[in-house]
Design a protein around this ligand. Structure first.
Ligand code: AMP
Ligand code: MG
Length: 477
């Protein structure tokens, strides 16, 4: 079977893009294929075809490659000159569940929006985008996906010369907050309305007969849900510019992100983020700030009182999702607001101990009702401090309906044993840069099952070695 295309963006929004062919590699090397997603897309192709379509010279049959124009607030400053500088929307497809997806090739050569950029992406950043999006997906975090990773023969100059590569991103939509900001600031009223209708018809058909304000409320809620997942799983995005925010509330555009090792609420993963604007604990307020930008952009469609009322829903929606996720991580059958102090004091304990964030939750699943202590106390520098928190936790479990075995099963299904630690990504990148892609394949396979213990992979569940802690990641990609 072949992909089923319906390139509506190309048809309906000629003023919001430039048609642009892929400038592929002469010798594309296919490094990773997401076979599950390929199957979901009914994409039945040889590896040679995949390498050609998603990195080489061959035009994807049925595609209509184009560079989208958008704008956005970068580090708080409005930039009207943005757009796909190096990525191309290859086309819009329908999967075997009739769900729409955009296929987007990142690193496909310079476009009219490249400004001074070379239009390319390096192997390092392409590996990072592929692995992170798939790792988040398998953790249950709303995110874009990755279909293929292709490396090329082209040298690309960054701080040093690196190998060029392309990642094929599959996203339910590539419409960003920045698309609406562009339409608003340029006075493109009919495009603004049409863009909103396009998103609704494609993705939220239940809103078809609703007033426009309900669309914005949906974006607020979806964004809150995404941020709750980031905070609950210790994911720092690093570059929360409004052009990197998907209108659907999927994690979008992966740069210098980090999956937290030690719990550090103030973690700044982006080496270039001097003021900590995008620090881990600032993510909720920045998301709200971004929603304010979107509200401004939607003001020609929606009354300001309605926009303000929707924005006010963000904080309670985020708190509700977060409580639910954290309650599950702690094994509570039904967490309530009364559990917030227990959750917060656990986080304070982890921060004080510089304890590994995800492992700390995994260890808790050994708790037994009626016990006075938890075996994982030995992992703590100050076990007696842990004991005093654990006493409260055990009291709370005693009042909970779930038995020990059920609770352990539930906890192990939401608390990952394996995450995409920065140093694990770095090991795979270094090996791949030296021509050995076996570590990349191993890590990708591991991250597809983050909750299940896998044979021979115990080292991957350990805390990072000293060299692998606090690796700085730059924005250059
Ligand atoms: P990002 O930080 O990856 O979200 O990119 C911000 C903007 O810069 C987007 O408009 C990108 O398309 C553009 N951009 C980033 N890197 C390059 C590059 N190497 N060549 C051309 N445009 C780029
Ligand atoms: Mg971007």
């Amino acid at each position: 079977m072949a992909l089923t295309f319906d390139n509506r963006f190309a048809r309906d929004f000629p003023s919001l893009y430039s048609a642009q062919p892929v400038q592929g590699f002469q010798q594309p090397e296919l490094l990773l294929v997401n076979r599950d997603l390929a199957q979901q897309f009914d994409l039945d192709a040889t590896d040679a075809e995949l390498a050609d379509w998603f990195g080489g010279q061959g035009a994807l049959p049925g595609g209509a490659p184009l560079a989208q124009k958008y704008a956005g607030h970068q580090f708080g400053v409005y930039n009207p000159f943005l757009g796909d500088g190096r990525g191309l929307l290859l086309g819009e497809i329908k999967d075997n569940q009739q769900q729409f997806w955009d296929l987007h090739l990142k690193g496909a050569g310079p476009t009219p929006y490249a400004r001074q950029g070379d239009g390319r992406a390096v192997l390092r950043s392409s590996i990072r985008e592929f692995l992170a999006s798939e790792a988040l997906y398998h953790l249950g975090v709303p995110t874009t996906r990755a279909l293929c990773l292709v490396a090329g023969e082209l040298p690309v100059r960054r701080e040093q010369v690196e190998r060029g590569a392309m990642v094929t991103r599959a996203a339910r939509s590539h419409i960003r907050f920045g698309h609406f900001e562009h339409c608003f600031h340029k006075g493109l009223q009919s495009e603004l309305k049409a863009l909103k209708d396009y998103v609704v018809e494609r993705h939220w058909p239940d809103l078809a007969d609703q007033p426009d304000k309900v669309f914005f409320e949906r974006v607020v809620h979806k964004t809150a849900q995404m941020i709750a997942h980031w905070q609950a799983y210790g994911f720092a995005h690093g570059v929360m510019n409004t052009d990197n925010f998907s209108i659907l509330g999927d994690t979008f555009d992966f740069g210098p992100y980090a999956f937290m090792d030690d719990y550090q609420p103030g973690l700044i993963c982006n080496h270039s983020d001097d003021t900590g604007r995008y620090a881990f604990d600032a993510q909720p307020s920045i998301a709200l700030w971004n929603l304010n930008c979107l509200a401004m952009a939607l003001s020609p469609l929606i009354a300001s009182d309605d926009l303000i009322a929707a924005l006010k829903q963000f904080q309670p929606a985020l708190a509700g999702h977060y409580l639910k996720l954290m309650g599950k991580r702690l094994g509570l059958a039904a967490a309530s607001k009364d559990d917030a102090p227990l959750i917060n004091s656990f986080l304070e304990l982890l921060a004080g101990e510089k304890q590994d964030y995800n492992l700390a939750f995994r260890w808790l699943s050994d708790a037994e009702k009626g016990a006075s202590k938890l075996a994982c106390r030995d992992h703590y520098l100050d076990p007696s401090r842990f004991d005093s928190w654990a006493e409260r936790y055990l009291q709370r479990l005693a009042a909970d309906s779930a038995d020990d075995a059920t609770r352990k099963a539930v906890m192990d299904a939401v608390n990952p044993l394996y995450t995409l630690r920065n140093y694990l990504a770095q090991n795979a990148i270094s090996a791949s840069e030296n021509g050995d892609h076996s570590e990349l394949a191993r890590l990708y396979k591991l991250l597809k099952n983050p909750f299940t213990e896998q044979l021979g992979m115990s080292d991957y569940a350990k805390r990072p070695p000293d060299w692998g802690k606090h690796l700085a990641v730059s924005c250059s990609s």
